[in-house]
Design a protein around this ligand. Structure first.
Ligand code: ZN
Length: 200
């Protein structure tokens, strides 16, 4: 068995293990039909990258629709988006190559959080709790779909790829808690990980 075959076999094994636990997030807005710039198909999947949209949250899915509408007028696009209330919007299929993070577009899946990089840690863990919980669910599903583990090497912020000088999702973003919650989802299913505050 070659090295690549070994990796694939290992990922398949991991996927089979979590088949009955990890469910696809419920879609509130499917932007996959929206015209956008596609750069082709990804063959390698290494990272899950978190962004903040630097836009305000509005009740319902108006914010998510607005963000995708804005992106459709640019060369940028993203695979997922979650608003403050935990509404989830699908942008591109996981294997589609779109521009969201300079340098690693070919290897990564992106998620926009409606909100700002200036959000404090306390705010993320209180008023943005539903958003983080849904994001953990999205990451869990990404992990299941790609066979990637969830850790500091695979789940990162846009700021961790400094090409282009981005700072999102910000200094206060509770990345470690998020990864831990996402791993919890993978292991136990959805509702148990909702309490982000309890996952120290
Ligand atoms: Zn970004």
């Amino acid at each position: 068995m070659s090295k690549v075959e070994k990796i694939i076999a290992k990922q398949d094994k991991r996927k089979a293990k979590h088949k009955n636990v990890v469910k696809a997030p419920r879609i509130n807005y499917n932007a996959q039909g929206v015209k956008h710039v596609s750069l082709g198909t990804k063959t390698v999947e290494l990272y899950f990258i978190v962004h903040t949209s630097e836009g305000k949250n509005y009740a319902g899915i108006t914010d998510l629709k607005g963000m995708y509408s804005y992106l459709s007028k640019t060369n940028y696009w993203v695979h997922n988006a979650v608003d403050k209330e935990g509404n989830y919007a699908k942008g591109a299929p996981i294997r589609e190559l779109v521009q969201h993070c300079a340098g690693v577009n070919s290897f990564s899946t992106g998620c926009e959080l409606i909100g700002f990089a200036a959000t404090t840690k306390k705010e993320w863990l209180t008023t943005h709790r539903k958003q983080l919980s849904k994001l953990a669910e999205v990451i869990a599903y990404w992990s299941y779909s790609t066979g990637n583990k969830i850790n500091s090497r695979t789940v990162k912020g846009h700021k961790d790829f400094p090409l282009g000088g981005h700072t999102d999702p910000g200094k206060g973003f509770p990345m470690r808690r998020l990864r831990r919650a996402a791993r919890y989802y993978v292991k136990h299913g959805k509702h148990l990980a909702v309490n982000m505050g309890g996952v120290a």
